[in-house]
Design a protein around this ligand. Structure first.
Ligand code: UDP
Length: 313
């Protein structure tokens, strides 16, 4: 039975990956400091001896007892609200955290998968974004702490691969949504759904003409699972190419949740909010035979149901 370590395994994407690994018969060790993750996300596995939880901040070095076959390094403060509130943690989880996760993989002879981000493309000047694009990032901007920490981490992963022989993979995760996103996470999906369900105004930042492309979490997890089984070491985009403006997105959530909340326009949270974002998934398609299956409307319905349940709990 393979044994995996998942950093950030109590987070939104991390906990869905843990579900998948356990369902595939793996043993899983979750390492999380619970700053943005929550044990709630794993409580359905309570009492399962295949799952072990270690409360630890990956910015400090760590080792795990026993054999480890795979290290999935997901730990990060990934919401703009988080990286504005915790800039130094954001930088160091990307730098020290990634180094420590790589050291664990090297020490154990384990395979390694790092979840990078579409933010490495910054406010992109090329559209859609393919892996060959080097990006347009403001290093000293408010988002720079996240973008640069992930860019540095990619650099570190490649250096460990090239010079230390680490068996690594890099996935660039584009906007992903689904059940278990933190209600107060501050990202657009939790904000709009919470606002729509509680009758608060739906806050569109800027004029709402900026675009994003949203991937449902089960599609992303399938992509991560397939990627974990490749020997491909260069970055691979995973995301849904179905691009919408944020204003369209607000209207869709309003409609799907049957909400009477008005749509209001607010200042951008960060001045360098990317204008457009859509993954070019040609590489994932040919390498993994992967593309998203869940349409936005269906994924949003499931997510709205989950939010409704949690808001009423
Ligand atoms: N956004 C918005 N209202 C909100 C939260 C976010 O209009 O309440 C916008 C934000 O300005 C950005 C997009 O939605 O253009 C996606 O933001 P999010 O924070 O989800 O993630 P990002 O893709 O920017 O990392």
């Amino acid at each position: 039975m393979p044994r995996a370590v998942v950093t950030g395994g109590a987070g939104f994407i991390g906990s869905h990956l843990v579900d998948r690994l356990l369902a595939e018969g793996w043993q899983v060790v979750v390492i999380d400091n619970l700053i943005t993750g929550s044990l709630h996300n794993l409580r359905h596995h309570e009492g399962n001896p295949a799952l072990e939880f270690i409360l630890h901040d990956v910015r400090q070095p760590f080792m795990v007892e026993g054999a480890v076959d795979y290290v999935f390094h997901l730990a990060a403060t990934a919401s703009p609200v988080d990286f504005i509130k915790r800039p130094l943690e954001t930088l160091t989880v990307g730098s020290y955290g990634t180094e420590h996760a790589l050291e664990l993989a090297l020490a154990k002879g384990a395979k390694f998968l790092f979840t990078s981000t579409s933010e490495v493309y910054g406010d992109p000047l090329v559209h859609p974004q393919s892996e060959d694009y080097w990006g347009n990032v403001n290093p000293i901007g408010v988002r720079g702490v996240y973008d640069e920490s992930k860019r540095y981490a990619e650099s570190l992963v490649m250096a460990y691969h090239r010079y230390k022989g680490a068996d690594t993979r890099i996935v660039r995760v584009f906007n992903t949504y689904g059940e278990r996103m933190r209600l107060d996470d501050g990202r657009v999906v939790p904000n709009f759904i919470r606002q729509a369900l509680t009758g608060e105004p739906i806050t569109v930042y800027g004029d709402g003409r900026q675009t994003r492309s949203f991937c449902y979490v089960s599609d992303l997890i399938e992509g991560l699972w397939r990627m974990a089984h490749t020997d491909y070491h260069l970055p691979v985009n995973l995301g849904n190419p179905d691009e919408r403006t944020i204003l369209e997105f607000a209207q869709l959530i309003q409609q799907l949740s049957g909400s009477t909340s008005p749509i209001v326009f607010r200042e951008f949270l960060t001045p360098d909010d990317p204008h457009r974002r859509r993954p070019d998934i040609t590489r994932a398609k040919s390498l993994l035979d992967w593309e998203p299956q869940v349409p936005l409307e269906e994924g949003l319905r499931r997510t709205i149901d989950d939010f409704r349940r949690r808001l009423n709990a």
